[in-house]
Design a protein. Structure first.
Length: 115
């Protein structure tokens, strides 16, 4: 199984989880392992991410992975707002799976329109 070069994001302050084309988790950074600590943290590597999601989230993940399209949204839980960015990733031009990045963002974040 090929893995992507991951060392620069090990301590990056956003949760980053990477899966292969079958949905098997192949990489996590420290923030991702901490976020999913109750589910096993780093022990989730090698498990299928579809097993970690109940329906309807599982079905949505299956559809976006099959269509190879990104999925971007915000959530709020326990007073913490996050931007969730899920996107296909490629290696040497070949579809290789999906990556999810979860960034904590301010509840009232400034928005700028630039010309």
């Amino acid at each position: 199984m090929d893995t992507i070069e991951f060392s620069w994001i090990k301590e990056f302050p956003a949760a980053i989880t990477v899966c292969d084309v079958a949905g098997t988790i192949i990489e996590m950074n420290d923030k991702s392992a901490k976020t999913f600590e109750k589910d096993g943290g780093y022990a989730l590597i090698g498990r299928n991410m579809f097993e970690c999601h109940p329906d309807p989230a599982r079905g949505k993940l299956e559809r976006i992975m099959e269509a190879r399209i990104k999925n971007v949204y915000t959530i709020e839980k326990n007073g913490v707002k996050k931007l969730i960015y899920q996107s296909p990733w490629y290696k040497d031009g070949k579809y290789s799976g999906f990556v999810e990045m979860a960034f904590e963002i301010p509840i009232n974040m400034p928005h700028f329109i630039r010309k």
